[in-house]
Design a protein around this ligand. Structure first.
Ligand SMILES: [Zn+2]
Ligand SMILES: [Zn+2]
Length: 305
C-alpha cells in the first residue's frame, strides 16, 4: 500500500515522500539538501534509497535542494518538458531527467503516476495522482483555482495532500504584503484559500476518503487550526465524520502513514478476491455428476488470481 510523509511544506520549502515498499519517491525538493536528508532520516528513510523525484513546477520553494541532493546520487527526476527546460538551466549536476507531457502517466517501479495540468504562475505546473493496487493518493500544490479537470482526476482518492494557503480575511488585513503581492496570491494563477480547498475537498470526497493533509499554509495569513477547522467543518456537513484532517508544517515532518486505514485496505482486498471467485464460479459450465477441477472444460488460467 502507498504511504505518505510530508518532509516540509510552506513558502520556505516543500517536499513530500511517497513510498511503496522499496520504491521511494520525493515529490518536489524545495528544502535544502541537508534538510531533505535529515528529515528523511527522521521519518526512517535512508536518503540514498530514494528512487526518484517528481516535480510539480519550477519555483524555488519546490526545487531549491534538487541539485545538491542529486549530486552524489543517481536519481531519476521526472518533470514536464517545459519545467525540465527551466530547472536544468540552473543545475550542473548530472541528473537523470525523465521528461513527460502534462497529462501523461508513467510508472515508477510498481507505482502508477498520472499527471494533470493545474493553473499557477509557472511554466507548466502539474498535480499528481499516485496509485498502486487498491490505494490512491492525490497531490495538489500551488494552484490558483480549482478546475473541472482537477476535480475529475482527484475524485475518489484515499488521501488528498493539497495546499490550503491562506484565509481570505487574514490576507486582506495583512499589512506586511503590498497590494500587488496579495493580488498575485489570490488570483486565478496564485494559491488556494481555505474556502477554495474546502470546496475542492467536498467535491472529490467519496466513501474512500480517509485522510486530508493540508500544506503550503501561509505563515502570516493562515493557521493550522483555522485551515483544519474550515475543511473539517465542510466534511462534517457532508456527513464525512471519519476523515482525518491534518496540517503539514514548515519545520518538522509529518511521519510516514498509509494512505488508507489498514482494515479498509484489507476489506477491499477480500472483496476483490470474493468478486473474482464469484466471476470464475459463474463462468464455470454446469458439469453433471462431477465437480472435479480437472474436468477438461475448465479454463484453469481463470483461477490464477
Ligand atoms: Zn509555485
Ligand atoms: Zn510553492
Amino acid at each position: 500500500m502507498l504511504n505518505l510523509a510530508v518532509l516540509g511544506s510552506g513558502s520556505s520549502g516543500n517536499s513530500a515522500l511517497v513510498c511503496l515498499g522499496d520504491t521511494r519517491i520525493l515529490i518536489d525538493a524545495g528544502l535544502s539538501a541537508r534538510q531533505l536528508c535529515s528529515r528523511l532520516e527522521v521519518v526512517g528513510v535512508d536518503p540514498d534509497s530514494i528512487s526518484a523525484v517528481v516535480l510539480t513546477h519550477e519555483h524555488g520553494d519546490h526545487t531549491r535542494g534538487l541539485e545538491v541532493f542529486c549530486r552524489k546520487r543517481r536519481i531519476s527526476v521526472y518533470a514536464t518538458t517545459h519545467t525540465c527546460a527551466v530547472v536544468r538551466e540552473g543545475i550542473t549536476a548530472p541528473v537523470l531527467w525523465k521528461q513527460f507531457e502534462a497529462g501523461a502517466g508513467f510508472k515508477i517501479n510498481g507505482v502508477e503516476v498520472e499527471s494533470f495540468s493545474v493553473p499557477h504562475d509557472a511554466v507548466d505546473p502539474v498535480g499528481f495522482l499516485f496509485r498502486c493496487g487498491k490505494s490512491s493518493l492525490g497531490v495538489l500544490s500551488d494552484v490558483g483555482h480549482v478546475t473541472r479537470m482537477i476535480v475529475d482526476r482527484l475524485k475518489g482518492v484515499d488521501t488528498l495532500f493539497t495546499e490550503a494557503n491562506y484565509d481570505d480575511v487574514l490576507l486582506q488585513n495583512d499589512t506586511k504584503r503590498p497590494w500587488a503581492t496579495k493580488q498575485r496570491i489570490s488570483n486565478r494563477h496564485g494559491h488556494l484559500s481555505n474556502e477554495q480547498t474546502a470546496e475542492l475537498v467536498t467535491e472529490i470526497a467519496g466513501p474512500n476518503l480517509t485522510r486530508v493533509v493540508l500544506g503550503h499554509l501561509s505563515s502570516d495569513c493562515n493557521t493550522p487550526e483555522l485551515a483544519a477547522s474550515v475543511i473539517s467543518k465542510r466534511l462534517r456537513e457532508q456527513g464525512l465524520t471519519d476523515v482525518s484532517v491534518e496540517c503539514a508544517g514548515r519545520d518538522a515532518p509529518l511521519p510516514l502513514r498509509p494512505v488508507v486505514h489498514e482494515f479498509l485496505y484489507q476489506a477491499r482486498i477480500s472483496e476483490e478476491i470474493s468478486a473474482k471467485s464469484a466471476r470464475v464460479c459463474e463462468s464455470r459450465p454446469a458439469v453433471s455428476g462431477s465437480s472435479s477441477p480437472s474436468a477438461p472444460e475448465w479454463n484453469q488460467t481463470e483461477w490464477a488470481f
